[in-house]
Design a protein around this ligand. Structure first.
Ligand code: SF4
Length: 353
C-alpha cells in the first residue's frame, strides 16, 4: 500500500468526530478553517457552533453588523480574522452571486483566505485535487522525507509543498488532506511521537535515521516585544468611560478603557502622574481606589503587560476627550472588548452596580 492509502486507513479508524467533518457545505468548512487557524479544536468548537447557530449561511453573515461579528468572536483573539470573515462573506454575496466559489484561484481572492484555507475548502467541499499544508502536515512530511531545510523559510516550504502535491491521493483529496492534518495532530505529534505504533514507520526517513526529535527544522522567529499599558477605570457614579481603538494597531475597532501606553515598565508614581495629566484631574477631585498588579497577555509578536488604575471622580468634573464614550459601567460588556480586559473584569468581579 502507498503512504497516502495507509494514512487514509489510519484516518478512518482514528479520526475525531468533529462537526465540520460531517458536512460538505463550503461555508461551514471555510468557517471552521478560519476559526481553527490559531485556535485549538476544543475552544474552536464552541465558536463554530455559535457562528453556525447565529449565521447558518453565508448570506446571513454577509448582512451582519461588524460589531456583532466581533462580539461573537470575542475571546478568540486575532480579531482581524473576524473582520476578514465578514469581508469575505460580503465578497461571496457581491462578487460570486451568493454562492461560495469552488475554484482554488477564486477562493484565494476572498479576504483572509490564504493557500492553506483555499486548498482545504476546495478539496473538502469540492474534491479539487489540491494539497493542504498546515503545521501538522508540514511536520509529517518533514519527518517522512527527512527535509533538512527549515520549513518556515521559502526553500524548505517549497520542498514541503512539492512533497504534499506528490503524496496527494487524487481520488480522494478531501479525506486525504484531513487525514494528513489529523495524522500530524494525533500520531506524528511535535514531541516524542509514538513511532513504534506508527503505520508508516517503515517509510519514515526521520525514524530510520534517528532524526525524529530534530525534525522539522525551524528558523527562530523575531523576538517578542513587550508593550506596557495602563487602563483607567474611571467611575463617575454608575458611569465610566471607554473608547474605540482606531489606527493600524492591535484590537482595531474594539473598545477599551482610556489607555496610557508607556515606553518601559512604569512605576506607580509615573502611572499616577500620567493619569492625572490624561484626566485633567488631581487631588481632591479624584480618588484613587486601587492599582492592579501587572496582567500579562500574549499576542503573536507582542506581550502586553497591563495595569488597571481604578479611579473615582466627584461629580461630573472630568473634561473627557471627544473620543471617550461615557457609558453606564453595566454596559461596558455590551461592547466588543479585547480578551485582556474582558478577563480582567471577569476575574476581578467587576460587576455592574
Ligand atoms: S515514524 Fe514517527 S516520525 Fe515517522 S511519521 Fe511515524 S510518528 Fe512521525
Amino acid at each position: 500500500m502507498k503512504i497516502s492509502e495507509i494514512i487514509l486507513e489510519w484516518y478512518k479508524k482514528n479520526k475525531r468526530l468533529l462537526p465540520w467533518r460531517e458536512t460538505r457545505d463550503p461555508y461551514k468548512i471555510w468557517l471552521s478553517e478560519i476559526i481553527l487557524q490559531q485556535t485549538r479544536v476544543n475552544q474552536g468548537m464552541e465558536y463554530y457552533h455559535r457562528f453556525v447557530a447565529r449565521f447558518p449561511d453565508v448570506h446571513q453573515l454577509a448582512v451582519a453588523e461588524e460589531q456583532e461579528v466581533i462580539k461573537l468572536w470575542q475571546g478568540l483573539g486575532y480579531y482581524s480574522r473576524a473582520r476578514n470573515l465578514l469581508a469575505a462573506a460580503r465578497q461571496v454575496e457581491n462578487e460570486f452571486g451568493g454562492k461560495f466559489p469552488s475554484r482554488y484561484s477564486d477562493l484565494l481572492k476572498l479576504k483572509g483566505v490564504g493557500p492553506y484555507t483555499a486548498a482545504a475548502v476546495a478539496s473538502i467541499a469540492y474534491k479539487a485535487p489540491v494539497a493542504v499544508v498546515d503545521g501538522n502536515v508540514s511536520r509529517v512530511l518533514a519527518r517522512l522525507y527527512a527535509v533538512q531545510d527549515a520549513v518556515n523559510i521559502p526553500a524548505g516550504g517549497k520542498q514541503i509543498e512539492a512533497l504534499a502535491v506528490e503524496l496527494l491521493h487524487r481520488g480522494n483529496p478531501g479525506d486525504h488532506n484531513q487525514a494528513m492534518m489529523e495524522f500530524g495532530a494525533l500520531q506524528c505529534v511535535p514531541v516524542a511521537p509514538d513511532c513504534l505504533a506508527c503505520p508508516v514507520q517503515q517509510f519514515c526517513k526521520a525514524f530510520s535515521n534517528d532524526l525524529v526529535a530534530a525534525l522539522p527544522v525551524k528558523q527562530k522567529k523575531a523576538k517578542i516585544r513587550n508593550r506596557y499599558f495602563t487602563y483607567l477605570i474611571i467611575r463617575e457614579g454608575v458611569h465610566t468611560y471607554i473608547s474605540r481603538r482606531t489606527g493600524n494597531d492591535i484590537w482595531r475597532e474594539m473598545y477599551e478603557f482610556p489607555l496610557i501606553e508607556h515606553d518601559s515598565a512604569p512605576d506607580e508614581t509615573e502611572i499616577l502622574h500620567a493619569a492625572s495629566l490624561l484626566t485633567g484631574l488631581e487631588g481632591s477631585r479624584l480618588t484613587i481606589s486601587r492599582l492592579s498588579d501587572p496582567v500579562r497577555h500574549q499576542l503573536t509578536h507582542r506581550r502586553i503587560i497591563a495595569r488597571f488604575l481604578h479611579l473615582e471622580t466627584r461629580g461630573n468634573l472630568l473634561q473627557a476627550p471627544g473620543h471617550w464614550k461615557r457609558v453606564r459601567f453595566s454596559e461596558v460588556g455590551d461592547h466588543p472588548l479585547p480578551r485582556l480586559i474582558d478577563r480582567y473584569l471577569e476575574l476581578n468581579g467587576e460587576s455592574p452596580d
